[in-house]
Design a binder for this molecule. Sequence first.
Ligand code: 6PG
Length: 480
Amino acid sequence: MTNDTSRAHIGVVGLAVMGSNIARNFARHGHVVAVYNRSPEKTRALLAEHGDEGEFRPAETIEEFVASLERPRRALIMVQAGPATDAVIGQLADAMEPGDIIIDGGNSLYTDTIRREREIRARGLHFVGAGISGGEEGALNGPAIMPGGTAEAYASLGPLLESVSAHVDGTPCCAHIGADGAGHFVKMVHNGIEYADMQVIGEAYQLLRDAAGLEPAEIAGIFREWNTGDLDSYLVEITAEVLAQTDAATGRPLVDVILDAAGQKGTGRWTAKAALDLGIPVTGIGEAVFARALSSALDQRAAARELPAGRLGEAPADRDAFVEQVRRALYASKIVAYSQGFDEINAGAAEYGWDIDRGALATIWRGGCIIRARFLDRIKDAYDRDPALPALLLDDYFRAQVADCLDAWREVVVTATRLGIPTPVFASTLAYYDGLRAERLPAALIQGQRDYFGAHTYRRVDREGSFHTLWGDDRSEVEA
Ligand code: 6PG
């Protein structure tokens, strides 16, 4: 650190690991970085341990922090999403001037971001809600960054964020997503897809463990092998690492000593709730959220342990063939989950008036973020071929990929059912696929039932209009 008094290009408020790491990332890329933390010890620790990594401007008050920023000032908030975010926003807004930019880099709920953007814009400042994905390692070495806000704010902020984001083929994993809450909305859906991705990996693991009788170390090898093909992804890669890990205390596989109760900070839940409101069947994401909730219902599960399993089937005779079937089921379920996630993004963009480019989004998700995967290149290609693609599943490439997996996928869901192994996302994504392609659905009967008990009317297949049957009278049909 020098005694250079040049003002900082950007500032970071909140120096827990994520905040410290992204501040270091900016400094390592040659940017002068202002840093502030409510408790100054963290600021001092950052300078003591990493002050030689670049130009930092430590501050012990928000006012000193703001004064150290060049105009237009850019302040990135990296604090726990919630009330703390509002508190820091208020402090910064009081100290900043029209044209300055406040960025919330936390996992904030997009509706909060829409509100905050409106409030801060009314004060003449810019507010950017930026989803930042990649965890602590990503913050330091290159996350995927999904900023939402005005184009003017991005013109000033974008080059800085792009310089510190991950890059794939020289392309930054950062792009302007859209107005106000668009960035946090797509980050939320990213996390929902992450939940589904992790759940289908978990279901594949459980099948290889319980149906194929393989040990974690053997399954780790299978995931490593899968990671060289279509399933090449960060989550498959780390799955192999977790399954290969031995617990030092017991000598057992670590996965066997971890309590099987999944936590969730809430972003996957938000994705499912938003989808319900938007009317988008994100069945894979929803089942993944419910699977985490079920896993955590430890008392209820203990009480249910003795529930009868019924007559169970036989384990697959050809283990290698079964392993390949599971790989295909995993890949097909993943494609459906991503297709559903992109449908939700499309619906959110329509609802909130965002102009979200799904191809550009797939492009920035190729690196840095938790769901980074080779097949995001294929998703980018699909939306490049047709930006208005009605569903990812209908793209020729993915249509063929799923067709190639379909028989195996059905076999795996049947085998899991016969063996009493829960595969909620394998099964719900297959049911969704069959529902999407079905010529007739039982919704016709549901409409009849609704009309019977609630006179809610129904439409006919053979003519326009709404109709009601006089169920309590002569059962003749009348036009509603
Ligand atoms: C990311 C991650 C991150 C999230 C963790 C924990 O994109 O870097 O998604 O934002 O906080 O994954 O989330 P859960 O506790 O909800 O699993």
